[in-house]
Design a protein. Sequence first.
Length: 337
Amino acid sequence: MYQDRSADEAQQLLNQFARTDPDVLWMFSPDWSELYFGDEAYEDLWGRSLDDLIANPIDFLNGIHADDRPRVQDAIDALSDGTPIELECRVVQPETANIRDVWLEGRPVYEDGELTALAGYVRDITERKQYERQLEDLTSFLSHDLRNQLQVAEGHLDLLEEDGESEHVTPVETALSRMTEMTEDVLTLAQTTPANIERESVSLETLARKCWRGIEHGNAELLVEGDTTLHVDSGLFHNVLENLFRNAIIHNDEDMTVCIGPLADERGLYVEDDGEGITNERQETVFEVGHSTGGTGLGLPLVREIVITHGGSITVRESESGGARFELTHINSAQAS
């Protein structure tokens, strides 16, 4: 570690912190001519010597991918002017040519109104970026290749129906419909990230009635027990309510009532039914992929993921009538702007 500060206590604390934090911690002079603080994590991530960085404080730029270097240069110039920076870029390790994706964040440091230092950290996000790229590939496959094949199969099924009745048509229709639903659920699940959420103010009652009209519910009835304003992504929460409504209908007789309303103290909302309920054993696994007795096995996991992405949580228990009761809490924790 290199630290150009003399306070023993500060040095001990920084030493302890740096040893336990995998991020690269740094502090430079405002003109990047002097390294005030750096740690060994730099050598692990950059594959370059900390001594070289001490001798030449902008040596870290030589490790930035050539395509990203101009953008990073612009960012550190802005930081020298007092503007905080946040950006992603790539680091190329010289000996192995291994490329690491990193997140770089920096802040100006002021003392008595004077810019005295530039401080920040660099985090290795390579695994996360690899996961995102795999997710993009999967989403592309589902959006185009698999959808196209399903459409081809459905087209041939229509021709088969025109040629005459067959006992095999209905099972094929059911299978294709199920595959289409699973594809749409997986696509939504893959695209549900905090960055994709667009919050807006939505009436719970309005959204609930709209979702109810969009599903086949037979003789089941919807009872809206109050209204509240949700600050959510309306498209994603349309999916949430539809899946919760459909879950109640699939697992119970048609002559049932589904109730929805706000929780006390505006903590969230509930959806419950007066059906057969969910056993204690199934309550522990109901949000896991594949644990379904009638749907695609993705509906409730998708609901959970959307709720969590909104900063909330979802639980299930028995309703007062013996059915299932889902409670969604803290979904408004980040208010719409």
